[in-house]
Design a protein around this ligand. Structure first.
Ligand SMILES: Nc1ncnc2c1ncn2[C@@H]1O[C@H](COP(=O)(O)OP(=O)(O)OP(=O)(O)O)[C@@H](O)[C@H]1O
Length: 220
């Protein structure tokens, strides 16, 4: 069964029809890349799939749950518990350490402190950040900052991680390291990823490639 299933998604901004009937599904332990020209609607779709934005029509289910049935706080809770996000600019909180930034989704979930500490230590280790745990984002390299953002996305063991141009702000060496990290997390944790990218290497190493064009997605 698919982790995520989106059917016939439509979205317009004023007189601009951005999405006109998108169908998309996500399987466990698969890395899907969404590519396409600037302005095609990739970020718009990612925000709708990640429940950050609403479609005008169409259906979306994640983990077998119809998202339209969730209201206000329920949706926010579901998003925090089940979905991870990684953005081009990491959006880390500058006043908090790497370990604290990683823990935030778990504290929002009101997880037990001991469990949060254990999971944070585990993630710092998986992402090669153990020696940077108590540094603030400004004291970390760009690649390290993005790995902290990846760890934060993984904190609550989400069903899916969405990433919007995750390597767009990294040099080629750090970008390559990040791409291999995604493959490792897919293989070792069975993590599903949906990644919007202009990076051809990343698109090439994905399990599936989908092109956004004329308001719909085509597998390529
Ligand atoms: N909140 C908004 N209000 C009005 N128009 C918007 C809004 N958000 C996006 N758009 C428009 O919708 C279209 C699709 O934008 P989107 O950001 O989804 O494209 P994209 O494929 O992700 O582009 P890029 O590769 O440049 O990031 C663009 O023409 C954009 O200007």
């Amino acid at each position: 069964m698919s982790i995520l299933s989106a059917n016939n998604i439509f979205k317009r901004y004023e007189d601009l029809q951005v999405l006109s009937g998108v169908n998309f599904s996500v399987e466990a332990a698969k890395l899907s890349a969404i590519v396409g020209p600037s302005g095609a609607g990739k970020s718009t779709l990612l925000h709708i799939l990640g429940t950050l934005d609403q479609s005008d029509s169409g259906s979306l289910s994640i983990n077998g749950l119809d998202i339209s049935n969730l209201k206000g706080n329920e949706l926010a809770r579901f998003r925090n518990d089940s979905i991870g996000f990684i953005f081009q600019f990491h959006n880390l909180l500058p006043e908090f350490t790497a370990a604290e930034n990683i823990s935030i989704p778990a504290y929002i979930k009101k997880s037990n402190t001991k469990e949060v500490e254990k999971r944070t230590t585990e993630l710092l280790s998986i992402l090669g950040l153990s020696s940077r745990a108590h540094h603030k984002p400004g004291q970390l390299s760009g690649g390290e900052q993005q790995r902290v953002a990846v760890a934060r996305a993984l904190m609550n063991k989400p069903a899916i991680v969405f990433a919007d141009e995750p390597s767009g702000n990294l040099d080629s060496k750090n970008a390559e390291e990040l791409h291999h990290l995604f493959l490792k997390l897919r293989d070792e944790l069975g993590q599903a990823f949906v990644i919007v990218t202009h990076n051809e290497d990343l698109a090439e190493m994905a399990d599936e490639r989908h092109e956004m064009k004329d308001g719909s997605l085509t597998r390529i």
